[in-house]
Ligand binder design. Structure first.
Ligand code: CP3
Length: 343
């Protein structure tokens, strides 16, 4: 049923009647009902309980008129299948207790068993049952961003250790990319089988690389991942990154269905650099979403107008919703998209 949804038809490049809308991090801390659940459960316990994870996924759909749900999980919990030990620390964020420090550490990673992640598949199944025609998006971290967390061990900064690792140990780096490609492929397939209507790949930290390093250390494995995914999946793929406005042209060789861009570029410029085939997603600054309503309404309308001119367009943020965002602002942005987003 979700195959006929506005979001999925847009992702497939079909002509649609309106611009679809969803928000990155729509399931999370800006909602009091999420914070209430979090007060009584650890982050990992929420993710690993299919009933709780589906409940969190559905929370924003109960409040807002959204065109899609994104399954509640994190990009990091799948790394536990490789023997990475991690937790989410209150007020600090994710922490990895056994980061990769030496080239040999890559060889010590466990062979992944995807059934260890079946809680997310079960959560997707539960959401699909409730939502019917509204699509549930699955997701994964992209190999580079996952590698950066595995090497840095937690909160990311200038990625010094990650870059030094890739320069010093190109073989081990490549070995790590291959291990992640295999994991992500199995994970995405599991999510599709559970009913996910599209898969978004989060490469949030790609913009910290210079173009030359992106091209030599990241792009080949990203392309390999996409071609492996294409072989087994039939749902559309979205690639998200931030800080990459200066190298969008490089992505034109990445054969995903949609590219999610941040606010550092205009949709028009992104369209010119990416070509007319790919679907564009984005790109409101999350700070604007959290700010004065008049300015938010004006900028949302402007982005929607530009998105419609570009065509093949999904309204979203350039990065995740900030925790202090007023709900009335989210409501307002959605109303502006619904009102001005008709083709
Ligand atoms: O609503 C949704 O988007 C679905 C769930 C989701 C989460 N994380 C839940 C979460 C998704 C898609 C993610 C992706 C994710 N996780 C990314 C890529 C997107 C991005 O924001 O760049 C990254 C880099 C992570 C890693 C991560 N997880 C960090 C750095 C943090 C701490 C900082 C923060 O924003 O809280 C997390 C924790 C996290 N993941 C929370 C949520 C709701 C907050 C946890 C809490 O309740 O304390």
């Amino acid at each position: 049923m979700a195959d006929k949804s506005l979001l999925v038809r847009t992702l497939k490049g079909e002509a649609v009647e309106r611009v679809p809308v969803w928000f990155m991090r729509q399931a999370g801390r800006f909602l009091p009902e999420y914070r209430e659940l979090r007060a009584n459960h650890r982050m990992l316990d929420l993710i690993r309980d299919p009933h709780l994870a589906s409940q969190v996924t559905l929370q924003p759909l109960k409040r807002f008129n959204l065109d899609g749900a994104i399954i509640f999980a994190d990009i990091l919990n799948p790394l536990m299948t490789l023997g990475i030990e991690l937790d989410f620390i209150e007020g600090e964020g994710p922490k990895i207790f056994n980061p990769l420090q030496k080239a040999e550490d890559v060889e010590r990673l466990k062979a992944h068993d995807i059934s260890e992640l079946k809680y997310t598949a079960q959560a997707i199944e539960l959401c699909v049952k409730v939502l019917g025609g509204t699509p549930v998006l699955g997701f994964s971290g992209a190999p580079f961003t996952l590698s950066a967390y595995m090497i840095e061990g937690g909160r990311l900064g200038d990625l010094q250790q990650t870059k030094h690792f890739m320069f010093s140990h190109p073989k081990a780096w490549d070995g790590l990319q291959q291990r992640l490609i295999a994991l992500i492929t199995d994970y995405a397939l599991m999510q599709e089988k559970a009913g996910a209507s599209a898969i978004q790949l989060f490469d949030s930290w790609a913009g910290y690389l210079a173009r030359a390093e992106y091209e030599s250390f990241v792009l080949p494995s990203l392309k390999k991942l996409i071609s492996d995914l294409r072989r087994v999946l039939s749902v559309p793929l979205i690639y998200f990154s931030t800080g990459t406005a200066g190298m969008l042209d490089v992505f034109s060789g990445v054969e995903v269905d949609a590219i999610s861009v941040d606010w550092r570029t205009s949709l028009r410029k992104a369209r010119a650099e990416l070509g007319s085939e790919v679907v564009l997603q984005g790109n409101l600054d999350p700070v604007i979403l959290s700010g004065p309503p008049e300015y938010l309404a004006r900028q949302t309308a402007q982005i929607v107008k530009e998105g419609k001119e570009c065509g093949k367009y999904i309204f979203n943020l350039g990065h995740g919703i900030l925790p202090n965002t007023p709900h009335s602002n989210v409501q307002l942005a959605i109303e502006v998209v619904l009102e001005t987003g008709r083709y």
